[in-house]
Structures are given as C-alpha cells and as structure tokens.
Design a protein around this ligand. Structure first.
Ligand SMILES: *Cc1c(COP(=O)(O)O)cnc(C)c1O
Length: 355
C-alpha cells in the first residue's frame, strides 16, 4: 500500500496541545467553574423529550438565531451559529481567507487564529505586541499596509487577559472598512469587558464579533459559538457551513440558556471578585502578572516556569503552561476557579515559591 500523502503544508503543523488530566483542580482551559443553572438543566431535559430524532434539525437554527438577535438587539440576519466559536473562525477563514490570501494576528494571542488560518491554507501575517504585551497603533498600521485579507483581534486577549482600548479597536475597524479587510474581533471573554466591538457591527462596517457559550455561559460541553456581523458576512458563513451543522439538542440548549442571562451575569461578577482576590495574592507573592479583564491571569513565577508548572501539577493543580511559547518565556496562565480551587492553587504556589 502507498499511503496517500497529507497536504504538504499540514505535515509540519503542530496540533492543539492542552493536556486533559484528571487532577483535582483544573484551572487550565478557562472554563466556568460552576455549571449552568439547575432550572436550565430541567428545562433542557423537558425539551429534549420532544425532539423528533428521526428528522434533520432546523438547518437555519431559526429559533436560536432569533433568540440571540433579540438578546443583542440586532437582526437575525446578522447572527450565525456554529459548533464553538472556533468553527466560526474556521468559517470566516474558509470564506474570506484560503489559498493566496493572508490573515493577520497580533502575537501573543489566541493560538487558534493562526492555527486555523494555516489549516485553511491562509498565509499568516504576524504583528507584534509591545514588550508590555499591549498593541500599538503603529503596529496596526504596519500590518494593514501589508494588505491582509482578514485581521484578528482578541479582546480581552487570550492568553494575556489584556483588554484592547476602544480607540484602538475603532482604529482597526476604520482601517478594515477603508481597505475592505474583514476584521474579526474574538470576544470569547467579552462579558468581562466594559465595552464591546458589537457597537461597531453594522452593514457598512467589516467587523464580525465572535462569541461562545464555552466560557461565561458555563456550557463548554455543548460546543456552541456564534458570530454577530453584517448580513453579507453571515451569508458567507452560511455558504461554507455543512448542511444541518447545528444539531437539534444544541439549538435548544443555546436558546434556553439565554433565558438565564441574569444568572450568567452573577457568575461573571463572582469570578471578577475571585480574580481580584487572586491578583492581590499573586502580588503579595511577588509574582509578575498582567492586568486581566477575563477569567484567567497570565503570570510569570520567579525561576523556571516549566518546573513551577510541574510542581503545581504534583500538588494536584493543573494550569496552562505557556513557559515555552514565543514571547511568553516562563509564563503560566491560571483560570479563575471556585474559591476553594483558587485557594488550592495559591497554597501550592506559595509552597513552591517557598514563602
Ligand atoms: C476559549 C476561547 C474560544 C472558545 O472556543 P469555542 O470553540 O467556542 O469553545 C474562542 N476564542 C478564544 C480567545 C478563547 O479563549
């Protein structure tokens, strides 16, 4: 047998590496530490009873998209849903990127933006953040002058937690509109931010905002994400989606979740309180950290980051190891968990740092 060769440009591509380990305290993937409301679970179970399992689901996911449109005060024609916001990103790249086209990212940022670009055959243009990991306007202009087809922003940014200032996002949107460049603002942590690029979404701008049920909505298991953008971008996403790509159960799960948005906000508020407690404790430990507007904190413990990561794991605490990532030497990222999980993390870290 001769094995069919994989695409040359994919052979050397590293995969997505975040170990799923069965330890007691898992603070490595920015999930919500608390489940969705019990009432949601019961309402979902009741609706699942009524699903016609022998029929294909609503291909357009009308009810879910209408519910999202109502939630955000926009037209249903400006909403697209997908199996996680990563699939939204994939769809945007299939439609607006691809062979012979370029997508720009500002590193360090969410690795999937460049990864999915490469998988879709889109060349990656790398913009650089400043030493303090903030993004400068001159660098935005330099990258736009290279004439990319798609530009990614992530705000609050993962893995830094840093919020992009409104003026900067507006500047990116202006350049995108002038040059006809699709601007994708990944707001997976948007509920933690005081301002959203949703304000910029309209038919005459080229801004698409992607969001997810995986983080603040406490539904990582559901794999549901969505985009809010001009209807021409939504049509482009529809054009590259597989038929019936959102299953019936997921459509119900998302629609019902929106009815519990007050509970979601309460969870966000509790996480912010816990985050600030962690920030204070890390400061007391003398650990370098970056200002977070999300449910995680990027920090750099003194000494060898890999060793600290392993020592935390040995104490049953899993955080994200960014120590060998370019531009983030020695850094780790901890997700804000429940109070007792955060205590376990702080206790273990203090022990490791010997204070
Ligand atoms: C977690 C995360 C996502 C979520 O992806 P899903 O596919 O919706 O689970 C998207 N973007 C960023 C920046 C993230 O951190």
């Amino acid at each position: 047998m001769t094995r069919p060769p994989m695409r040359d440009d994919l052979v050397l591509l590293p995969g997505y590496h975040s170990p799923q380990l069965g330890v007691a305290v898992r603070l490595n993937t920015n999930e919500s530490p608390s489940p969705p409301p019990e009432r949601w679970r019961r309402a979902l179970a009741a609706e699942l009873e009524r699903i016609d399992w022998h029929r294909y689901p609503d291909r357009q996911a009308h009810e879910l998209r209408a519910a999202l449109a109502q939630h955000y005060g926009c037209e249903p024609s400006m909403v697209m849903v997908a199996n996680g916001s990563n699939e939204i990103i994939q769809g945007l790249l299939l439609a607006f990127g691809g062979a012979g086209r370029q997508a720009a990212v500002f590193e360090p940022t969410y690795a999937m933006h460049s990864h999915i670009s490469r998988i879709t055959g889109t060349q990656v243009v790398v913009g650089e953040r400043q030493a303090d990991l903030r993004l400068g306007r001159a660098e935005v202009d330099r990258v736009f002058d290279l004439e990319p087809d798609v530009v990614f922003l992530c705000s609050p940014n993962n893995p830094t937690g840093i919020l992009e200032p409104e003026e900067l996002v507006r500047h990116v949107a202006d350049r995108g509109r002038e040059q006809g460049v699709l601007v994708v603002v990944d707001e997976a942590y948007g509920q933690f931010a005081p301002w959203s690029a949703l304000e910029l979404v309209d038919e005459d701008n080229t801004v698409v905002v992607s969001r997810t049920f995986s983080k603040t909505w406490s539904m990582a298991a559901a794999r549901l994400g969505y985009a809010i953008g001009p209807s021409w971008a939504v049509e482009a996403l529809e054009a590259v989606s597989l038929p019936y790509h959102i299953d019936a159960a997921k459509q119900v799960a998302g629609r019902l979740a929106l009815e519990y948005h007050h509970e979601m906000r309460d969870r966000v508020d509790r996480l912010v309180d816990e985050r600030e407690r962690l920030v204070g404790a890390l400061r007391e430990l003398g650990v370098e950290q970056w200002p977070s507007h999300a449910n995680f904190i990027l920090f750099r413990p003194p000494g060898d980051g890999d060793r600290v990561w392993q020592a935390l794991l040995d104490r049953g605490v899993l955080v994200r190891n960014c120590a060998s990532w370019p531009r983030l030497g020695g850094c780790l990222r901890v997700t804000v968990g429940r109070a007792e999980e955060n205590d376990a993390f702080l206790h273990a870290l203090a022990e490791i740092l010997g204070s």
